[in-house]
Ligand binder design. Structure first.
Ligand SMILES: Nc1ncnc2c1ncn2[C@@H]1O[C@H](COP(=O)(O)OP(=O)(O)O)[C@@H](O)[C@H]1O
Ligand SMILES: O=c1ccn([C@@H]2O[C@H](COP(=O)(O)OP(=O)(O)O)[C@@H](O)[C@H]2O)c(=O)[nH]1
Length: 331
C-alpha cells in the first residue's frame, strides 16, 4: 500500500492516523515542527536530531516520543478534523436513523398487538350497551352533522363518534387489514361493509365506559346496517336528522374540500355520495320516522341559527328521557 521509497519504516509510524502518515511521508522537504516548553516553535530538519547537527542518531532517537517530532501538527489537526466530520456527517446520522427505525418497529408492533387484542367476547357481552343513550345523527353529506355534533358534546356531555372519522382513522392505521378497502369505498362514495363499521363503533363505545350518552354521526347509512347495529349493539333512542337541499350540500362540500384534505370532497365523489344517500341512506330516516324517533332540523340559516334549533330539540328530548326514567324508577 505504501509504495515508494519515502516511507522507509512503516514500523515507525504504526499507531499514527493514515492521513498523518501520508503527509509526514510527503516527498516534499518537509519541515517538522516541534514545540519547546516556552511555546516557541523549534524547527528541525527532517532526520536532524536535537542533539546536534552531525546527523548521527542518539541511542534514544527511536523512542516513542521522538516519533512525534516528525509529524506535522497540521496534518494531525487535519486528520482529527476528518475523523470528527466523518463521525458527525456519516456515523452519527446513521446511528440515529437505525435507532429511529428500531423505535418505529416497536411502536408498530405495540399498535398491532393492541388492535388484534381489541375486546374479548366476554368483555363485549358484559358491556351495558342497552343502558346507554344512543342518538343517531343523520342527513346528507355536508348537511351539518359534524358541525352540530361537536357543539352538542360541549353542551350535553355526549361522546361524539363519527363513523366516517373512525373509518378514516382505521384506513390510516399502518397495520390495518382494511386500509385499501376503506379507501376505495370512501372515494367511490359507497358504504363500507357494516361488520367493519359496527366493530369500530362498538370498540369506540367501549373505550368510554364512563359515558352514558353517545352521538353516532353518519351511521347507519342503509337498512341492513341499522338492523345489524340494533341486533349486535343496541337500539338508538332518537335520530337527529339534518334536512338539507342538495344544492346547499354541494356548495358546502366544495367549500370544505378546499381545506379538508378528504379524498371524497371533490365533485365526482360528491355526486356518487348523493346517489348513495338517496338510494340507501334516506330510507333509514324514513323508517325511523315511522317509529316516531326522528327530530328534524333544517340546515338553512347560519351555523348559530341551525344550532339554536338543534340545541332546543336535544334539550327537550333529554328532559323527556329523564322524566321517563324517573317515572320508571318510582314504580
Ligand atoms: N349552517 C351552516 N352554514 C354554513 N356552513 C355550514 C353550516 N353548517 C355547516 N357548515 C359547513 O358545511 C360544511 C359541511 O358541514 P359538516 O358539519 O362537516 O357536514 P357533515 O358532517 O354532515 O358532512 C363544513 O365546512 C361546515 O363548516
Ligand atoms: O357508516 C358509514 C359511515 C361512512 N362511510 C363512508 O365514509 C364516507 C364519509 O362519511 P362521513 O359521514 O364522514 O361524511 P359525509 O359524507 O356525511 O360528509 C361515506 O361516503 C362512506 O363512504 C361508510 O361507509 N359507512
Amino acid at each position: 500500500m505504501f509504495s515508494g521509497g519515502v516511507l522507509r519504516s512503516s514500523q515507525q509510524l504504526r499507531g499514527v492516523p493514515l492521513f498523518a502518515r501520508q503527509l509526514s511521508t510527503s516527498p516534499r522537504p518537509l519541515l517538522a515542527r516541534s514545540y519547546t516548553t516556552s511555546g516557541r516553535p523549534n524547527q528541525l530538519r527532517m532526520g536532524q536530531t536535537r542533539g546536534g547537527g552531525n546527523g548521527q542518531k542518539r541511542p534514544g532517537n527511536n523512542s516513542f516520543l521522538s516519533r512525534f517530532d516528525r509529524i506535522n501538527p497540521l496534518a494531525l489537526v487535519g486528520a482529527a478534523t476528518i475523523l470528527i466530520s466523518g463521525y458527525m456527517l456519516i456515523i452519527k446520522p446513521y446511528m440515529e436513523w437505525r435507532s429511529e427505525l428500531k423505535h418505529r418497529a416497536v411502536e408498530r408492533q405495540q399498535e398491532e398487538e393492541k388492535a388484534q387484542a381489541g375486546y374479548t367476547e366476554e368483555q363485549v357481552a358484559k358491556f351495558p350497551f342497552g343502558k346507554k343513550t344512543v342518538v343517531f345523527v343523520l342527513g346528507g353529506p355536508g348537511s351539518g352533522k359534524g358541525t352540530n355534533s361537536s357543539k352538542l358534546v360541549d353542551d350535553f356531555g355526549f361522546v361524539h363518534l363519527s363513523a366516517g372519522d373512525l373509518l378514516r382513522a382505521e384506513q390510516k392505521r399502518p397495520v390495518s387489514q382494511y386500509g385499501e378497502l376503506i379507501a376505495h369505498y370512501i372515494r367511490e362514495g359507497l358504504i363500507v361493509p357494516h361488520e367493519i363499521t359496527i366493530g369500530l363503533l362498538r370498540n369506540a363505545m367501549m373505550d368510554h365506559p364512563e359515558s352514558d350518552r353517545f352521538l353516532i354521526d353518519g351511521f347507519p347509512r342503509n337498512l341492513v346496517q341499522a338492523k345489524a347495529f340494533e341486533d349486535s349493539v343496541c337500539k338508538a333512542k332518537k335520530v337527529l336528522y339534518f334536512e338539507c337541499p342538495e344544492s346547499t350540500m354541494l356548495e358546502r362540500l366544495l367549500d370544505r374540500g378546499k381545506t379538508s384534505g378528504r379524498s371524497d370532497d371533490n365533485i365526482e365523489s360528491i355526486k356518487k355520495r348523493f346517489r348513495t344517500y338517496v338510494n340507501d341512506s334516506k330510507p333509514v330516516i324514513d323508517e325511523y320516522a315511522k317509529e316516531g324517533k326522528v327530530m328534524t332540523v333544517s340546515c338553512k340559516g347560519s351555523v348559530d341559527d341551525v344550532y339554536k334549533v338543534t340545541h332546543k330539540k336535544m334539550s327537550d328530548f333529554l328532559q323527556a328521557l329523564e322524566k321517563t326514567s324517573q317515572q320508571q324508577d318510582a314504580k
